[in-house]
Write a protein that binds this ligand. Structure first.
Ligand code: 3PG
Length: 207
């Protein structure tokens, strides 16, 4: 388990954000990501299968750090950690999730969109935030502007980032990684095209 968010952010240049239809697909996706050189995966709790997929990946796939995404409540956070989640992500501020993360000593990446939200997180001791939705909030220029008032923060911009725009963010010192769903497209998952996932991961690992 990871207790430092920055350690999770250092695993790969991209944290793949994944929506799984079932646990078995989650395992295949995780294996394809590892084969492509990406050792981290954020499985969102947006589908019923999310928790089961986290558990299956934690138990069956070597070489990957599995986390839970779209975590909004303390109950979800506790279930995700019990299932084997090594880190948690929220799209925005979710104070109760942060509470569970601190109590259970699990890495946590909360989302923020504004200066006031970042300030709220800073007061809670958070030093890494998911900027979401990054492309809408202003892209790399917004991060540079935030940095002038939060010089010690690191960002995982997510939302609207693709293979061809990721480097615009990764060029910033305060951006160790970005988040994105592009590596694991719904089409690839529906078709069971794990080779497409592996190939996308290989390109992402080289960013
Ligand atoms: C998330 O929850 O982080 C987003 O769904 C990822 O955004 P993207 O689909 O635009 O990459």
């Amino acid at each position: 388990r990871y207790n430092e968010t920055r350690d999770v952010m250092a695993i790969a240049p991209v944290i793949p954000v994944v929506v799984v239809p079932d646990a078995a697909s989650g395992v295949e996706i995780a294996r394809a990501l590892v084969a492509g050189g990406i050792g981290v995966i954020e499985v969102t709790l947006r589908t019923e299968a999310g928790l089961a997929a986290i558990e299956a990946i934690a138990n069956e796939v070597d070489g990957i750090c599995v986390g839970a995404g779209t975590v909004w409540t303390a109950a979800q956070a506790a279930r995700a950690i019990d299932a084997g989640a090594e880190f948690m992500v929220s799209p925005g501020i979710a104070d109760e999730v942060n509470g569970v993360a601190q109590t259970r000593d699990v890495a946590y990446l909360p989302g923020a969109q504004t200066v006031s939200e970042i300030a709220h997180l800073r007061r809670q001791g958070v030093d890494a935030t998911k900027l979401f939705p990054a492309s809408v909030v202003g892209g790399p220029a917004a991060i540079k502007a935030f940095l002038s008032v939060f010089p010690d923060l690191v960002f995982c911009p997510t939302g609207g980032i693709k293979e061809d725009t990721a480097n615009d963010y990764l060029a910033l010192d305060c951006v160790p990684c970005v988040g994105g769903s592009w590596l694991v497209s719904a089409d690839a998952v529906n078709a069971g095209d794990w080779e497409a996932v592996r190939a996308a991961a290989e390109r992402a690992a080289a960013l």
